[in-house]
Design a protein around this ligand. Structure first.
Ligand code: NAD
Length: 244
């Protein structure tokens, strides 16, 4: 049956991407809310609330969702510790999928990179390369940060091992280094590559985002999945069945 979505942040870039993707993902936008609208008006008829608005909005919505017993998918980012605590308290009453990146491909990449980092010995030296459009103001990307974490965790390394870029007479590469490189230019939506350079061979795992529709499709898939789950916070690993 089609998923009835109460969409918050509907006029934003992601909100529009979700509206566009809905028809292909067996979903209907039951109510499209943005600033000035009251989500409570429509909450009783929806199956799930999908939030791609603003960090301040999420805790208010989470409390509303808990009051009405409706599951949530949270895509908005940048929450303060206090906002996170309010959302987590609401998750004791309702299930929610909360993820910083809803792309199915990127989440599979996280998983594969963790596996590769573990399977390959330290002779296979990791270098992470990310590319984004010239307007992106932070580096490395949040997705690259997660890839770094995957390599560190699975190799027993720490942040001390991370090397952002290289310049000058820096000497030979220490084997336990994790190199990170941020490329910026043009209109690149988002490319991530993790290269393991070993003796006489290289393995490369990469993802190329072509459109923000990838996040929209993942969020709607999470919306279908979260129905009927027990209260708590889940992420895309749960949705995609990637937990070992
Ligand atoms: P955007 O600025 O284009 O859209 C945000 C929308 O939220 C706007 O239309 C704005 O009017 C609306 N909004 C603000 N306050 C509101 C309120 N009180 N009630 C209802 N609506 C309100 O931003 P975007 O690029 O669409 O991104 C939205 C959020 O999603 C950001 O936090 C972004 O970081 C995050 N994001 C997450 C993922 C993911 O995969 N998790 C992917 C892309 C973006």
């Amino acid at each position: 049956m089609a998923l009835n979505i109460l969409l918050v942040g509907a006029r934003g870039r992601m909100g529009q991407a979700i509206s566009k993707a809905a028809v292909d993902c067996d979903a209907v936008i039951l109510a499209a809310c943005d600033q000035g609208d009251s989500p409570e008006k429509h909450i009783a008829e929806c199956d799930v609330i999908i939030d791609f608005s603003f960090h301040e909005v999420t805790p208010v919505l989470a409390e509303l969702a808990a009051k009405h017993g409706k599951p949530m998918v949270i895509g908005a980012t940048g929450h303060t510790a206090e906002e996170r605590a309010t959302v987590l308290a609401a998750a004791e009453k309702i299930p929610m999928v909360w993820a910083g990146n809803f792309s199915i491909g990127v989440n599979v990449l996280f998983h594969l990179v963790g596996k590769a980092a573990k399977l390959l010995s330290s002779e296979y030296e990791p270098e992470i390369i990310e590319m984004h459009h010239h307007s992106k103001i932070d580096a490395p990307s949040g997705t690259a940060e997660r890839l770094i974490e995957q390599v560190l965790e699975n190799r027993g390394l720490t942040r001390e091992n991370v090397q952002h870029g290289r310049e000058g007479n820096i000497g030979a590469r220490p084997q336990n280094e994790v190199g990170v490189h941020a490329v910026r230019g043009g209109s690149i939506v988002g490319d991530h590559e993790v290269l393991f350079a070993g003796p006489f061979e290289r393995i490369s795992l990469s993802h190329h985002a072509e459109d923000r529709g990838i996040f929209a499709r993942g969020a709607i898939r999470a919306g279908h999945w979260v129905l009927g789950q027990t209260p708590g916070v889940y992420n895309m690993e749960d949705v995609l069945g990637l937990r070992d």
